[in-house]
Design a binder for this molecule. Structure first.
Ligand SMILES: *Cc1c(COP(=O)(O)O)cnc(C)c1O
Length: 403
């Protein structure tokens, strides 16, 4: 008999859990898109989105997902034949590189594997080697959602400065904005990217690109830019031309949802939101470390705590046990875990040895500790060896005083 009925918990790292308040905000008839509430709310929304990213720069929004956001950045900055430096720490870094290549941009790829953060020394060396200044931009993920590797954005900025290179600096924060600390202007980032369905707790379908004045000027001659992608009118629409924010009809109900989600974030307080994610992450790490003490196949993907994401944790269980466990917890306990995206190897081509547990967005201690308890029940039910004490260790890690 299954115990899955009740409120299901989707703990894949995106789409994330939708708060009831966000869902309720969408429960309404279509609004007028020419005047009234929807039009009036945009300035407050834009101000709060800029506050969230820590910038006083420009903001362009698109109806689309994260992949659309990559294309928005690429088309507004580059021309065919331009050269860029992409830092990859997993599937999503490679995804951005592929999107650039498909548009005819030449990609220098620094691949840091699947378990480590981007190395500032290698970035500095690559930029120093570019003596003719051909590299137009450095592009990276703050968190690679596939591997749960977090890179140090400030340190990469420092590397660009140390090389004395004028490249633009672009950061994909799709898995980290509203989860991990991020300060676009203070850290010297030119372009930031985030989508609605992760830390922003809103259904998939909106993507945001914040850009500096330097990026705006640098992109003015971008040969890949088309009317739809052009970030200019979206960021600075002509007076009274509300449609220009979206180059057409606004994503009406998404905007009401986003309003509710941003209210929730700022009511809790951004620092507190980051701290909640950090503590829930530590709970997961503590649990996995306990399980691993009874089975060498079990472990965290990322060894260095500083390089671990606040919103998702990639866990090694050994093939085929990760897939067996995911299947069990979904069928028996109503918990859906993430697949081991991009973790396949010749020995384990379908990544049956990997899973991801999200702790992203609208998630509290009972959800994360409950997920850990259910995973432990699954390990027991499936006869997968593991160390004892994980649930207690997780609770202690979550609620212990932290600096
Ligand atoms: C989810 C994600 C993407 C892709 O977003 P889609 O909405 O699935 O297109 C890109 N980059 C990062 C870091 C992500 O987490």
């Amino acid at each position: 008999m299954s115990l899955a009925n009740g409120r299901r918990y989707l703990a894949i790292p995106g789409p994330s859990v939708l708060p009831d308040r966000v869902l309720a905000a969408m429960q309404r008839p279509s609004p007028n898109i020419y005047a009234g509430e929807l039009v009036d709310m945009i300035s407050g929304l834009w101000a709060d989105l800029k506050r969230l990213a820590g910038t006083q720069g420009h903001l362009a929004a698109y109806i689309g997902n994260g992949h659309a956001g990559w294309e928005a950045v690429d088309t507004n900055l580059f021309s065919r034949g331009d050269r860029v430096l992409v830092l990859a720490c997993g599937n999503f870094g490679h995804g951005w590189a592929n999107a650039l290549r498909a548009l005819g941009v030449e990609v220098d790829l620094l691949d840091f594997g699947k378990r480590s953060a981007a190395d500032p020394a290698q970035v500095e060396a690559a930029l120093r080697a570019d003596t003719s200044g051909q590299i137009k931009a450095v592009l990276m993920t703050q968190v690679d959602t596939a591997t749960s590797v977090k890179s140090d954005v400030k340190a990469i900025r420092a590397a660009i400065d140390a090389a004395g290179h004028g490249a633009l600096f672009c950061v994909d924060c799709i898995a980290s904005l509203g989860c991990d600390d991020y300060r676009m202007d203070e850290w010297g980032v030119d372009v930031t990217l985030a989508a609605s369905q992760k830390g922003l707790m809103t259904p998939a379908g909106m993507v945001f690109v914040w850009f500096s004045e330097k990026a705006r000027l640098a992109g003015q001659g971008a040969g890949l830019r088309t009317p739809y992608w052009n970030w200019g009118p979206r960021a600075n629409p002509a007076p009274g031309e509300f449609w220009e924010y979206w180059h057409g009809t606004a994503p009406t109900h998404h905007l009401f949802a986003l309003r509710a989600a941003l209210d929730m974030i700022f009511e809790e307080g951004l620092a507190q939101v980051h701290q909640r994610h950090a503590r829930l992450a530590r709970a997961v790490w503590a649990a996995v470390e306990c399980w691993g003490q009874g089975n060498a196949a079990i472990g965290l993907n990322v060894a260095a705590p500083a390089a671990r994401a606040g919103a998702v944790t990639s866990i090694r269980l050994g093939a085929p046990d990760a897939t067996r466990l995911r299947t069990w917890v979904e069928a028996e306990a109503g918990l859906t875990l993430g697949v081991g995206l991009g973790m396949g190897t010749p020995e384990d081509p379908k990544a049956d040895g990997w899973l991801r547990l999200a702790h992203m967005g609208h998630v509290n201690a009972h959800m994360t500790l409950g997920a850990i308890g259910v995973i432990e029940a699954g390990l027991n039910a499936l006869g997968i060896a593991h160390g004892a004490g994980a649930v207690a260790a997780a609770g202690k890690a979550a609620f212990a005083p932290h600096p």
